[in-house]
Write a protein that binds this ligand. Structure first.
Ligand SMILES: [Zn+2]
Length: 301
């Protein structure tokens, strides 16, 4: 684990989840204060991040969580206990960070089977001290010498945010790498309309550097935007011509895209993703529904 410097005060730690580190002025202990953007999957990730910061004489004053998936806030509780860092998170996401049971609960739509109560879907709970609003500047209650901006990147999760600082955008899970898409085929987006708006925002944006959590940092985001948009378009095209129950469509979608559902986790995540698309196509009038012995989707006349 190491700090990669981007500008004098902006770093990231490459890993399964790229973690942002912002240096924000000297402290009394001959070091500097730092703000973390996300904290990794679990307490081990938190422990490693803290060790790395200590080695670099950085003292964590705040954590900004981009969204409420376990691999982005699982390190919080360890770091908060050892550092008294204040936690900032966007609304809705903050609820799940404080009550992680909500994630497997919404994925299963009922008390989740034990298989779903795993460390990838249910991290250790963390306190959230302050709610971030879109386009907020700085981390106001903390009085840090830091000019950052909270950028809405909704879609992958309901209220995911990015952090812009020094013309660099930490853009969370708004785009996925080619490798991730090759592995999972259809990445997790929960609100297709918002996700398209996010991709269009990224395409038009002009930051010097973009740091996604699950792709290599890049100065040109357009290739990743195209790639992610391409998947959305292919899924939409396939579903617009479908009819049947949700499970029938899920089976054909998996066959079409070469997806294997190996367990409750992969099944639940793919079902959620499919429902995001079906809901979006229904709201736009592309699909209709029929109720009888169950729910049937079909193309609108
Ligand atoms: Zn995520």
């Amino acid at each position: 684990m190491k700090l990669e410097e981007i500008t004098q005060n902006v770093y990231y730690v490459p890993g399964a989840v790229n973690i942002g580190v912002l240096e924000v002025g000297a402290n009394d202990a001959n070091g500097a204060n730092a703000v973390l953007i996300d904290t990794g999957l679990d307490r081990e990730a938190g422990r490693r991040i803290l060790k790395l910061l200590e080695k670099n004489q950085l003292k964590v004053k705040a954590i900004v969580n981009t969204h409420s998936h376990a691999d982005h806030f699982g390190g919080n509780s360890f770091i908060v206990k050892r550092s008294q860092a204040k936690v900032f998170a966007p609304e809705i996401e903050a609820g799940i960070i404080q009550y992680p049971y909500i994630e497997p609960l919404y994925l299963f739509s009922a008390h989740p089977v034990r298989d779903l109560q795993n460390r990838f879907l249910m991290a250790e709970a963390s306190r959230v001290d302050f709610i971030l609003k879109e386009f907020d500047h700085g981390l106001k209650p903390l009085n840090l010498d830091l000019d950052l901006e909270i950028i809405p990147l909704y879609g992958h999760s309901p209220k995911q945010i990015g952090v812009a600082v020094d013309d660099i955008l930490f853009c969370a899970d708004s785009v996925f790498s080619k490798e991730v898409i090759e592995k999972y085929k259809i990445p997790l987006f929960m609100d297709i309309e918002k996700q398209k708006q996010t991709l269009s925002f990224l395409e038009k944006s002009d930051y010097d550097f973009y740091i996604p959590c699950h792709a290599k940092p890049t100065s040109d985001i357009s290739e990743l935007v195209e790639l992610n948009l391409g998947v959305i378009e292919r899924v939409e095209e396939f579903l617009a011509a479908e009819r049947g129950t949700t499970d029938e469509i899920l089976r054909r979608l998996c066959k079409e895209f070469g997806i294997r559902l190996a367990d409750f986790t992969s099944y639940s995540l793919m079902l959620s993703t499919l429902k995001a698309y079906l809901g979006h196509l229904y709201d736009r009038g592309v699909l209709e529904v029929e109720f009888g012995d169950t729910l049937y989707w079909k193309g609108a006349k």
